[in-house]
Design a protein around this ligand. Structure first.
Ligand SMILES: Nc1ncnc2c1ncn2[C@@H]1O[C@H](COP(=O)(O)OP(=O)(O)OP(=O)(O)O)[C@@H](O)[C@H]1O
Ligand SMILES: [Mg+2]
Length: 113
């Protein structure tokens, strides 16, 4: 299993979410975060404003998927969150060693299905 951690523009969430749902990907966590990339937030604007300490509001979207789903999920996020402008965001991928559905105690792949 892989964890896809995508930092995206706030207004892109709906597109990303709908596309992932359409692809049968069930489950995600979304959190509002503030951050900066290599421009240190200086040329990345959010609603026309420059932010204190150059921290720009973004969303972190977390999705844990099967290995076989990874490339499809990455494609979807890349496609739907892209504008071509500075500050489009970044995606990090990491290994997940287990998943457990608390209600049923199912583990691994079964906990994702
Ligand atoms: N190395 C990093 N570690 C953790 N979070 C990061 C990192 N780089 C970017 N982020 C997060 O991603 C958000 C968007 O980054 P951003 O798109 O500006 O990346 P970038 O590398 O500067 O690319 P671009 O040149 O397209 O702006 C940041 O606001 C921050 O929350
Ligand atoms: Mg940047």
């Amino acid at each position: 299993m892989k964890r896809v951690e995508a930092y995206i523009r706030i207004h892109k969430l709906e597109d990303v979410k709908l596309a992932l749902e359409d692809a049968g990907i069930r489950g995600m966590t979304v959190e509002q975060v503030k951050g900066y990339g290599r421009q240190q937030g200086q040329t990345d604007k959010y609603r026309g404003s420059t932010y204190a300490l150059n921290l720009i509001p973004k969303l972190r979207v977390d999705v844990v998927v099967e290995d076989e789903e990874l490339e499809r999920v990455l494609e979807i996020i890349l496609e739907t969150s892209h504008t071509g402008e500075i500050g489009d965001g970044k995606i990090f991928v990491s290994d997940v060693i287990d998943a457990i559905r608390i209600r049923t105690k199912e583990r691994g792949s079964a906990a994702l299905r």
